[in-house]
Design a protein around this ligand. Structure first.
Ligand code: 6PG
Length: 249
């Protein structure tokens, strides 16, 4: 069994990190399209990936892939309308999805009007899409990192982090503003993917980045539970500010 390695890439700033991420996503997308005739990606929320999305929509990158083969999922969502500035889908739509020719039926948004039912409904959506596409899991899951070590909407100490069976769960807001309920894909969905791509920027992430990547065994964070396997590569793209506490650079 060949276990994929975790890779750590450090960039001078968020712009160069976003450029490298855009190149990587296009490369993985085109290779998935060549093999499976489709590319399935879960987008991350938060603020860090916005520049990546803008770059993917720019002429430099948008001409390099066949958007009709892309299938877009949301890794986690705040239960607010898509028009709300806090909507992860709204951010992805404004910066990327409205600007490239992805067929509407290939964009799988969370029905946030359904409140508690949203998680179950999105799980059904995700399971059906994976089945219909004939793939074993998502090609890429984009991930962010919170300063408390959360990723997706999987917050430290909450049951959602330990979920083993469900693909999508309802979660509370953790430390993140705004204090709205959320839904999140679970760690087994990430572990079944081909590439987990963390995008981490800013000095407020320096301490937790060091703890996770240099594996302080006493501190287990949600983000440290995503581990490379023979199927999954885990790549951490970090800007200089978030990397300053790493001892091996
Ligand atoms: C969200 C997220 C969350 C985010 C991290 C990092 O809904 O906010 O999905 O997990 O990715 O908190 O956020 P930043 O990129 O804004 O630092």
């Amino acid at each position: 069994m060949i276990t994929q390695k975790r890779s750590i890439e450090i960039y001078p700033d968020k712009e160069s990190l976003s450029l490298a991420a855009a190149k990587k996503v296009i490369e993985v997308a085109n290779s998935a399209i060549a093999i499976n005739n489709c590319f399935a990606i879960a987008l991350a929320g938060g603020s860090t990936p916005k520049r990546l999305y803008e770059l993917l929509a720019s002429e430099q990158f948008s001409t390099q892939t066949d958007w009709s083969k892309w299938h877009i999922f949301i890794g986690d969502e705040r239960l607010v309308p898509a028009t709300d500035p806090n909507s992860n889908f709204g951010m992805a739509r404004d910066s990327l999805l409205s600007k490239v020719p992805i067929p509407e039926e290939n964009i799988y948004a969370v029905n946030t009007a359904h409140g508690e039912m949203a998680a179950q409904e999105y799980e059904n959506t995700l399971r059906k899409a994976v089945l219909d596409l004939g793939i074993n899991g998502l090609d890429v899951v984009l991930l962010g990192l919170g300063s408390d070590g959360h990723t997706l909407s999987l917050f430290p100490g909450k049951a959602a982090v330990l979920e083993k069976n469900e693909w999508v769960v309802a979660t509370e807001h953790g430390v993140l503003p705004p204090p709205v309920d959320r839904i999140s894909i679970t760690i087994p969905v990430v572990q079944a993917a081909r590439l987990a791509l963390f995008l981490v920027a800013g000095d407020d992430k320096a301490e937790v980045t060091q703890q996770i990547l240099e594996q302080d065994p006493n501190i287990v964070r949600p983000a440290s539970m995503i581990i490379p396997t023979d199927n999954l590569s885990v790549c951490w793209m970090i800007d200089q500010a978030a990397s300053v506490k790493l001892t091996t650079q």
